[in-house]
Design a protein around this ligand. Structure first.
Ligand code: HEC
Ligand code: HEC
Ligand code: HEC
Length: 390
């Protein structure tokens, strides 16, 4: 498992486009800007964390409406409890079967995602601060040493703040890279030990996080969805390029299948099993997707295409395991596109959402997944879309 000594940080930092890892290193104490070159990295890894309490005074982010980010986080956000659950029932059982001795919150295998600051060397913490429990403000926003005092000044631009180490989460690509680091993929032993399966879909998860910010930019939904899935494909490709893993290949194939049905994916993603080439292409796809606005016609057209895929499940050309994984990524795609479509066109269909719920249940049946049943759920969806979808 990952080890966060300074030496390791530096050697890993040079690996190009290993985002999960780079991000985790960022979380764990360095301020590597993504794809920063080695020289910059050496500088950046020294940045320190100031800890969540330094954000939470009532005149800063712990105040009333409009500056209550910490209050929302403490009371509602699951990231605030991600440390606490490591000491409880399921975690102890998972830890036991992994042979972790002692407190799972102290084990890198768990705290890398659940309590990243617990794994940070002490010299990366500002004087008189304690390592955050849970996934704290700086786990997402970046170590605040150089910007905490400076980021409130009216004469300072957002870009200047970003240059001092705040992560640009306003950039959907940067946002996707942040979330995907913890939400996409578990090492096989942890999964086998009974950890809940992870599903990554940026748009839904960004909205599921209790909002401590507003983001109402045009066509955000499809952009976030596509950027997130492309980032996920890049991460899986990177893992597979480093070492082929038969358990992961079908997941990778399912994502390629999904994304090659989008206009951008068709153009960018090569066919065939060249993981390295797909990694590069998927990264480009994610960067472009973050910036590309969708028209409502484009959203509707892709939704229609995806809802029309019944035959791929009723007369399958792939094996059942792969079909299940295709269903698993198709359903959230339908969900996010439908949501955007409804918002943009006022489309209504009393049948679409129940049909989608049904498809979702079928897609999550694991070993019992039945492609024929899923095909008929898609048929219901297609009919519902044709009736009310506009
Ligand atoms: C350092 C790792 C880490 C990062 C970065 C991270 N998360 Fe999480 N997230 C977790 C963990 C661990 C949990 C589980 C907490 C629990 O239930 O105890 C979680 C839970 C959640 C949940 C609640 C569970 C669910 O699926 O509904 C949402 C929503 C979520 N994260 C969204 C996001 C989004 C959006 C981002 C990026 C902006 C993000 N997370 C970044 C680790 C992370
Ligand atoms: C790759 C990042 C990652 C690692 C490593 C990881 N987890 Fe998680 N874990 C998550 C995320 C993300 C969730 C939330 C899943 C969701 O609900 O969407 C989660 C959820 C959980 C849950 C269910 C939480 C709840 O509120 O119901 C438990 C229990 C858990 N993890 C324990 C562990 C233990 C113990 C370890 C170490 C052996 C570990 N995790 C390692 C990312 C991780
Ligand atoms: C799971 C990741 C995550 C965590 C944890 C998190 N944030 Fe955020 N935060 C985001 C994202 C994503 C945005 C949206 C970025 C944007 O649109 O600029 C955001 C936006 C914000 C904004 C608004 C920025 C703006 O320009 O509108 C503030 C302020 C903020 N966060 C403060 C905090 C504080 C304080 C904490 C700790 C209590 C915290 N955040 C924890 C992900 C996170």
């Amino acid at each position: 498992m990952l080890d966060f000594t300074g030496a390791d940080v530096k050697s890993r930092a040079v690996a190009p486009m290993n985002f999960s890892l780079t991000i985790r290193l960022v979380l764990a104490g360095s301020a590597l800007l993504l794809h920063a070159q080695a020289a910059d990295d050496a500088k950046a890894v020294k940045l320190k964390f100031t800890g969540s309490p330094s954000c939470s005074s009532t005149s800063c982010h712990g105040g009333g409406t409009g500056r209550n980010e910490c209050v929302i986080y403490e009371h509602k956000d699951r990231h605030a409890v991600s440390y606490g659950i490591l000491g409880k029932g399921t975690s102890l059982r998972i830890a036991e079967s992994l042979g972790i001795v002692g407190d799972p919150a102290k084990a890198a295998q768990c705290n890398v995602c659940h309590a990243p600051m617990q794994g940070v060397p002490l010299e990366r913490l500002m004087k008189d601060t304690h390592a955050d429990k849970g996934v704290g403000c700086e786990s997402c926003h970046g170590p605040a040493e150089n910007w905490r005092l400076f980021h409130t000044r009216p004469d300072v631009s957002f870009q200047q703040i970003v240059a001092t180490g705040m992560r640009d989460l306003n950039d959907i690509y940067g946002r996707a890279n942040t979330c995907v680091a913890c939400h996409l993929n578990l090492d096989e032993p942890i999964r086998r030990a009974g950890h809940p399966e992870l599903y990554f879909e940026l748009d839904g998860q960004a909205l599921a996080e209790p909002p401590h910010y507003k983001d109402e930019r045009p066509s955000l939904g499809p952009r976030q969805w596509l950027t997130g899935q492309a980032a996920a494909l890049r991460e899986l490709s990177w893992k597979l390029a480093a070492k082929r893993d038969e358990a992961l290949v079908p997941r990778w194939k399912a994502l390629v299948w999904l994304l090659r049905k989008t206009d951008a994916g068709k153009k960018e993603l090569p066919s065939g099993e060249d993981f390295g080439a797909v990694q590069t292409a998927a990264d480009q796809l994610a960067r472009n997707a973050a910036k590309t606005l969708w028209t409502k016609e484009q959203t509707a057209a892709l939704l229609k295409d995806y809802a029309g895929l019944r035959a791929e499940f009723s007369e399958p050309k792939a094996d059942k395991a792969e079909l299940r994984l295709r269903a698993e990524v198709l359903v959230p795609a339908l969900d996010r596109l439908w949501r955007a479509h409804k918002k943009e066109t006022g489309a209504e269909s009393a049948d679409f959402e129940p049909a989608l719920d049904h498809a979702n249940l079928l897609a999550r049946e694991g070993e019992d997944f039945d492609p024929a049943k899923f095909a008929s759920a898609l048929e219901e969806l297609q009919a519902a879309f044709a009736k009310g979808g506009k």
